[in-house]
Write a protein that binds this ligand. Structure first.
Ligand SMILES: [Zn+2]
Length: 77
C-alpha cells in the first residue's frame, strides 16, 4: 500500500520494508503536465514510502499570442 499525501511535507513515514517509521527523503519521481510527482524514499533502505503530487503554480502550456495548432486538411470536412 502506498499512501497519497497532498500538500504535506513528511519527514518520517512508515516504511513498508522496515515496517517502522523511518526518516524519508523527497525525490522527484515524474514530471507531470500540470506539476510534478515526488516520491518519499526511506533513507535507510531506499524503499518508496509514499508519493506526493506537486502542482505547478503557473506554467502555461499554450503561450498567449501563439497561433493555434493547424488542423490537417482533409480530416475535418
Ligand atoms: Zn526502509
Amino acid at each position: 500500500m502506498v499512501k497519497q499525501f497532498e500538500n504535506l511535507t513528511a519527514s518520517e513515514l512508515l516504511c513498508p520494508k522496515c515496517r517502522i517509521m523511518r526518516p524519508v527523503r523527497e525525490r522527484l519521481l515524474l514530471v507531470l503536465p500540470n506539476g510534478e510527482l515526488h516520491a518519499y524514499r526511506c533513507q535507510v533502505c531506499g524503499e518508496t514510502c509514499g508519493t506526493r503530487e506537486v502542482t505547478a503554480p503557473t506554467r502555461p502550456l499554450v503561450r498567449p499570442g501563439a497561433p493555434p495548432p493547424r488542423q490537417p486538411r482533409g480530416l475535418i470536412g
